[in-house]
Structure formats: C-alpha cells, structure tokens
Design a protein around this ligand. Structure first.
Ligand code: NAP
Ligand code: CA
Ligand code: CA
Length: 263
C-alpha cells in the first residue's frame, strides 16, 4: 500500500466526518432508545444509522474493504487480511442518552493487521483526532505533538470504579494526582493523547472501544498493552491500558499487586 492511496482514503473519510457533522443534529432529534442485554446496555437508532452510513461509504468508495462494527458487523473470519475497518459508531451511548454530551465516533483502518488510519470524533466539542501512518497526528487539522513524559503522582488517572476492588482503587488514587472518568473509552483515551490524563484503563475493552488507539499510541509514543505489558489483539480487545510512558510501570504494578480488578 502506498502513501498516495492512504491519503486518498483519508480524504474520503474526512469528507464523511464533515457530512456527519451536518446530519447528526437531525439524527439526534429523532433519537429512539432500545436496550440490548440489560437496562444498562443501551443502543439507539443513531448508533445503527452511523454504522450504516459508514458501510455505505465503504461499499461505494472502498470496495473490497471489510467492516468490523459494534452494531451489525461481527464476522471475524478474514479480518487479518487486506483492509479492515473497526468502528464504534457511538462510544459513550449512556452519556448520549443521559447527558447529550461526552460521546464520540471511534474509527480505525488496519491493513494486514497493522493500523494505518485512525479517528476519534468528539462531536459535542467538535474535536476530530486523526492519525495517518507515515504522515502525522492531528487535532482538527493541526499537528498534535506527543505529550511530555509525566510521573503518575502529577497525573490524572481514569478507570471505571465498578470493576476495581476497593484497595486497588484507593492505592491508584493515592499514587496519582487525581481521578476523572468521562465514561467513553475513546474520549478518556484522547485525554491521554493530549497529556490531560496520564492513564486510562478499561479492564474489558471491546475491539471497537480501542480500534483507533493503536495508531495514536504508536505515533504519540504512548504505551498501549494489556496488563502484562503484552500487545492487544485488535480483533479481540480485552484488558487495556493506554498510558503516558511516565505513568505506565507504576500504574501496572499497583493494578496487579493486590489482584485488583474484574473483567
Ligand atoms: P458506560 O457509561 O455505559 O460506558 C463507559 C465505556 O465503556 C464506554 O466506552 C462504553 O462503550 C463501554 N462499555 C459499555 N458497556 C460495556 C460493557 N458491558 N463492557 C465493557 N465496556 C462497556 O459504563 P457504565 O455505565 O459505567 O457501565 C456499564 C457496564 O459496562 C457495566 O457492566 C460496567 O461494569 C461495564 N464497564 C466495564 C468497564 C471495565 O473497565 N471493565 C469499563 C466501562 C464499563 P459504549 O458506549 O460504546 O457501549
Ligand atoms: Ca464503546
Ligand atoms: Ca458503542
């Protein structure tokens, strides 16, 4: 695959995000809520419509590419070969439903299992994070530098407090500067891209929660692994940490020392 081809694909995707910016307000006005496996497992017609809209773009502009999307595209058979898109059409659906705020679209393209394009679109704040392999990382078109290396004691840390045991949670709170959780894995991760957070942990990330983070982490010099410092398989997801390099080892040591989390 050549750079020109990648830039052409990026161009169409940026156009799609721009169109989404104008179509989303109407979609949100007609939002209709459904539950999936429990009263906390929410999905809306907006999640489904965004996934369908991206599928349409893919069929017309990128025939031969495959889609691995949260709402309707779960076939994993051939995802490691050729071009595979991983999409979370709305990350932070609970936030969308309860607050009409703090939700995003997470989108990533893999070529032969390597991440080559990534996007996190924070619609409420109109922030589009974009990473193009071999070219650069951008926020709304402006180059985004790597964050400075920060120790855990000076950093904000983010995790879902329902899934850590109390001792581990308090050890992490004591070791860090403070705690914040947005409640959308893409947006909590993007805070690590910019250095606003030192760490985000998700103990049971689905592939679409973290598809875009691989390339951002690689290009910004961040750590992104499971809790045993091993790479994460983009098809399966699983325990996930994205971290500033200055916070990574201490966070993992605390997380593991008292057996402190559930999936
Ligand atoms: P939430 O506000 O619904 O979601 C927070 C983030 O977690 C979003 O990125 C969301 O993606 C994702 N998420 C939602 N349901 C999930 C699930 N069952 N497993 C893994 N990730 C999920 O979170 P919440 O209201 O605090 O919790 C909802 C459920 O998710 C609970 O069962 C909670 O334990 C679990 N959860 C687990 C973790 C973890 O670290 N293990 C983190 C968050 C949530 P979407 O908006 O695309 O669904
Ligand atoms: Ca998600
Ligand atoms: Ca989702």
């Amino acid at each position: 695959m050549i750079m020109e081809q990648l830039q052409q694909i990026d161009h169409y995707v940026m156009q799609w995000f721009n169109e989404l910016k104008y179509s989303l307000p109407t979609m949100l006005k007609k939002m209709d809520l459904q539950t999936k496996t429990s009263r906390f497992d929410l999905v809306t017609n907006v999640d489904k419509a965004i996934e369908q809209s991206f599928e349409q773009l893919m069929i017309t502009k990128f025939p031969g590419h495959q889609l691995y999307g949260e709402e309707a595209h779960h076939d994993t058979q051939r995802l490691r070969e050729g071009f595979t898109w991983v999409l979370d059409p709305i990350d932070g659906t609970a936030n969308l439903v309860k607050q009409q705020d703090d939700f995003c679209v997470i989108l990533a393209l893999f070529y032969n299992s390597e991440p080559v394009l990534s996007y996190i679109y924070d619609y409420p704040r109109q922030k589009l994070f974009q990473a193009v392999k071999g070219k650069g990382v951008y926020l709304n078109g402006v180059h985004l530098p790597s964050p400075p290396t920060m120790p855990l004691e000076d950093s904000l840390i983010s995790f879902n407090n329902k899934v850590l045991n109390d001792v581990t949670m308090h050890d992490l709170l004591d070791a860090s500067f403070g705690y914040r959780l947005i409640g959308a894995c893409g947006l909590d991760s993007a805070k690590v891209f910019t250095g606003q957070f030192g760490v985000h942990i998700h103990t049971n990330a689905k592939p679409w929660d973290i598809g875009a983070q691989f390339l951002f982490a690689e290009m910004l010099g961040l750590k992104m692994t499971d809790f045993h410092e091993q790479p994460i398989d983009f098809i399966y997801g699983g325990p996930f940490i994205i971290s500033n390099p200055g916070c990574y080892e201490e966070t993992l040591r605390i997380l593991l020392q008292k057996g402190g989390y559930q999936k």
